[in-house]
Design a protein around this ligand. Structure first.
Ligand SMILES: Nc1nc2c(c(=O)[nH]1)N[C@H]1C(S)=C(S)[C@@H](COP(=O)(O)O)O[C@H]1N2
Ligand SMILES: [Mo]
Length: 321
């Protein structure tokens, strides 16, 4: 145990440099193995500050802002704290179940230090790697609500320019795919969409091309999908049959705010994986965190396994709920 704060026990943490997320101001990310039960986020966040200072190797930090948000019918709560010091800004997120049991503590160093590539730091001994084999935490899809139209999310602030083509970087080489060529091959398909916050679009018509029809993929791999602004998400190749490049929605070309001219769609995975303004797809052997994965969201994100957040709580892993 390396810290205890308002009922939350922190067993171990790892922090690492994230050069590929730098364009969206994630200089370094961290995550911690946690257990216990959160009593008060205000008390916990203040008491965790020295731990975050030690982990990231920064000077004195103070809590500048606190917020807690329930999502997916309140089954999960995302507790956020923004810590600030001399030129340093750190975002801390403690994700709990509605009853206070923590899943993971994660966060980002957003401003201040530029850790050199390869920089990493660990505290404590109990540090889980990626993909803890958690059981589904709730009945799959029971927490989703169907909505008539989507909410639009743009983590980068505003819709970026798109070069009109995308690069697929695979072990056999780099393939450039023109949006114009995709439009010629695309067909209207009925696909579902599930956002991690709890809303779902049922079957809607998307103008799309199946990724499998464009590139050959190895049996086991990961895809890192990257937008023209640097937003990214990791996608397991196990769902490659259901990964699409989408160019239209409900009879029209994809609106710019919805990711036009081309976005990714992967209906078996929660919506943050569906990278808009898709500019690059990197086929890799190993997993790396994309933008939201670095902030505690699940490596795989399977809707049918209720994989919304990383599970680093060893008690939830073994007990199941
Ligand atoms: N480039 C980029 N792609 C993104 C996002 C983003 O912020 N930037 N948000 C994701 C999230 S969280 C969701 S739920 C969907 C939302 O798609 P929509 O804006 O078309 O509703 O886009 C995903 N793709
Ligand atoms: Mo989302």
């Amino acid at each position: 145990m390396i810290a205890e704060a308002a009922g939350v026990v922190v067993h171990g943490c790892r922090a690492y440099a994230t050069p590929h997320l730098g364009r969206l101001r994630v200089r370094a990310a961290f995550e911690c193995t946690v257990s216990g039960r959160l009593a008060s986020w205000g008390d916990a966040s203040r008491a965790l500050v020295p731990l975050v200072e030690r982990l990231l190797g920064v000077g004195r930090l103070a809590v500048a802002e606190l917020r807690s948000e329930g999502l997916a019918r309140g089954f999960y709560v995302v507790n956020k704290a923004w810590l600030r010091g001399a030129g340093v800004e750190v975002e801390v997120r403690l994700v709990t179940l509605g009853d206070g049991r923590p899943l993971v503590m994660a966060g980002a160093l957003r401003e201040g230090l530029e850790p050199p590539p390869g920089w990493s730091r660990e505290l404590g001994s109990h540090i889980e790697g990626p993909l803890a084999p958690a059981k589904p935490l709730a009945r799959p899809r029971a927490l989703q609500t169907a909505v008539p139209s989507p909410a639009v999310y743009i983590a980068e602030g505003e819709a970026p320019e798109h070069p009109g083509s995308l690069r697929v970087v695979a072990p056999e080489g780099v393939v450039r795919v023109e949006v114009a060529d995709l439009l010629e091959r695309a067909e209207w398909l009925e696909l579902e969409f599930h956002c991690v916050t709890g809303w779902s679009l049922g079957r809607r018509r998307w103008l799309a091309v199946r990724l499998r029809d464009l590139v050959k993929l190895p049996g086991t791999c990961w895809l890192l999908a990257v937008s023209s602004s640097g937003y990214s998400a990791s996608i397991p190749c196990s769902v490659a049959d259901e990964v699409y490049l989408a160019l239209g929605y409900e009879g029209s070309r994809l609106a710019r705010e919805r990711g036009g001219p081309v976005r990714l769609l992967a209906p078996p995975l929660f919506g943050w994986k569906h990278v808009k303004w898709l500019a690059e797809l990197r086929v890799t052997a190993g997993y790396v965190d994309g933008y939201w994965e670095a902030l505690g969201y699940h490596e795989r994100g399977l809707v049918d396994m209720e994989e919304r957040f990383k599970v680093r709580n060893p008690e939830l892993e073994t007990v199941g709920i």
